[in-house]
Design a binder for this molecule. Structure first.
Ligand SMILES: *[C@@H]1O[C@H](CO)[C@@H](O)[C@H](O)[C@H]1NC(C)=O
Ligand SMILES: *[C@@H]1O[C@H](CO)[C@@H](O)[C@H](O)[C@H]1NC(C)=O
Ligand SMILES: *[C@@H]1O[C@H](CO)[C@@H](O)[C@H](O)[C@H]1NC(C)=O
Length: 457
């Protein structure tokens, strides 16, 4: 059993690593004072925060060996960017069906009312106890999606409601305190980079790439993120899920932005922080050779893997979902990772239906049971696929475990994985927390019931 304790040797050695200048950070875990105004000067300078030794309860923070040790992480979805399907109650409580995203949440309500609800949410959706539970679940990383409207800058954000910045700073502090590495992920950009509610604004006509002013404003936001949070986080993701499928203008804009965003982060936060970019739904092969010497550049590709957003994907059997990971995704992603840049499977889940309420948007149904309309294939009832896991069948739970394992196998064939998402109000098939509770996600993520699922496929 001695080997089980070897990680402790690493921890004991940590004080020597305190040479890593930003290692030690402790802030009081009291409620942050919400920012009165959306101005850069109202946030606490980073330098005044790096003062104390860790409290006895905190875990020494050790630099993460990217490229040689897999990231095992979880997304903190629905916290700093509202998503109706993750927290339906927040939307139901508005008693206004037209409030479908964080943009309309600010636009269609009294400012103080909306701010009050948001503060309550920022304070309670994820707490320090969650960071402790994430660390106790053997995870190494959290990915923290944030909206541009929460970052103090001179970019105008109305009707979004600013004020989350101090809560974001506190989140980063909690992560470090509990030995977790943070990937800050810009998840919503001016104009919306994809039109999904998870960009902050649900629209058929996203504007981000269509106006250079939006891209420039995003760079100004990135500059603030990198300079203020860079010293405390491991990685900064320039922008989540840019809709490159809209064509040439979008592809050019995102290429331009990846290069300028990389430079902005390097200039503001130095060479250590990992810069994360995405495939813009164009496939990783579209990004071959994009950065020369990617390992020297510390650049990482964030690939997202879901098999539920089209009839073709929904029609796969359980075995076919697993085989698809092994045969279609893994070889391609592994080849890209070894020939290009570090690669992480940065969003995926164990869901095999789109049955979670409002997953396709508030007021929108599911493809699975046809409630979305439009005359697509109907695969069956949603009953038993979502909601409270205590209603799930044994067969379904057994499959969730297998599907979790094969996607972990995918992630560990490259530089790691980050599950979407830690917590949901009522869609347990998406919840890492519920997976651990229900046993389809092991408390020790290296444990396998189905080792080598992709061998021989
Ligand atoms: C916003 O701030 C940036 C740098 O902080 C500055 O270069 C730019 O001119 C400012 N823009 C406006 C509209 O004030
Ligand atoms: C965007 O920034 C570039 C580079 O600084 C500048 O040349 C361009 O004029 C800016 N465009 C707008 C619309 O602000
Ligand atoms: C799920 O169902 C169980 C058993 O009925 C119940 O104890 C639990 O409170 C439910 N969880 C939620 C979040 O409603």
């Amino acid at each position: 059993m001695w080997w089980r304790f070897t990680p402790l040797l690493g921890l004991v050695a940590a004080p020597a690593l305190a040479a890593h200048p930003q290692c030690i950070l402790a802030l009081p875990s009291t409620n942050p004072t919400p920012l009165a105004a959306h101005s850069p000067t109202s946030s606490v300078p980073v330098s005044s925060q790096t003062s104390t030794f860790p409290t006895p309860s905190s875990t020494p923070f050790v630099a993460f060996p990217y490229g040689s040790t897999p990231i095992r992480g979880v997304n903190l979805g629905g916290w700093f960017v509202l998503e109706p399907w993750i927290t339906p109650s927040i939307f139901i409580n508005t008693k206004n069906d037209a409030i479908v995203d964080e943009y309309t949440f600010g636009q269609m309500q009294d400012y103080q009312t909306a701010l009050g609800v948001l503060r309550q949410h920022w304070d309670t959706w994820i707490t320090e106890e969650d960071f402790m539970a994430i660390a106790a679940a053997g995870l190494t990383h959290v990915r923290l999606p944030i909206g541009y409207w929460s970052v103090p800058s001179n970019v105008s954000v109305s009707p979004y409601i600013p004020g989350a910045w101090s809560y974001i700073q506190r989140a980063v502090t909690w992560a470090r305190k509990h030995g977790l590495h943070t990937i800050i992920d810009l998840h919503g950009a001016p104009g919306s980079q994809n039109g999904y509610d998870n960009s902050g604004r649900r629209t058929n006509s996203p504007q981000w790439a269509l106006h250079p002013a939006n891209v420039n404003a995003t760079l100004a936001i990135m500059q603030v993120i990198a300079s203020q949070l860079g010293p405390q986080v491991d990685a900064i993701e320039l922008l989540n899920e840019v809709a490159g499928f809209y064509g040439q203008v979008w592809d050019s804009a995102v290429r331009d932005y990846w290069r300028r965003g990389f430079d902005a982060v390097r200039q503001a936060a130095g060479d250590d922080v990992v810069v994360v970019l995405g495939d813009a739904f164009e496939g990783v092969n579209n990004w071959q050779g994009f950065f020369p010497d990617p390992q020297g550049n510390r650049v990482m590709m964030d690939y997202h893997e879901y098999q539920i957003f089209s009839d073709g994907e929904l029609s796969r059997s359980h075995d076919q979902h697993i085989q698809f990971v092994c045969r279609n995704i893994l070889p391609n992603l592994a080849a890209f990772a070894s020939n290009n840049m570090w690669t992480v499977s940065g969003e995926w889940s164990t869901a095999i239906t789109d049955c979670a309420q409002w997953l396709n948007g508030r007021g929108t149904g599911a493809r699975w049971d046809g409630s979305i309309g439009g005359g697509g294939t109907i695969f069956g009832s949603c009953e038993g696929f979502t909601g409270n896991w205590t209603t799930f069948s044994q067969d379904y739970v057994a499959f969730l475990r297998k599907y979790w394992e094969v996607q972990v196998e995918l992630g560990e064939a490259v530089q790691g994985w980050i599950y979407w998402t830690w917590k949901t109000e009522s869609a347990d098939e998406w919840s890492y927390q519920k997976g651990v509770e229900g046993g389809w996600i092991p408390q020790d993520p290296s444990q396998r019931l189905y080792p080598g699922l992709c061998n021989g496929t």
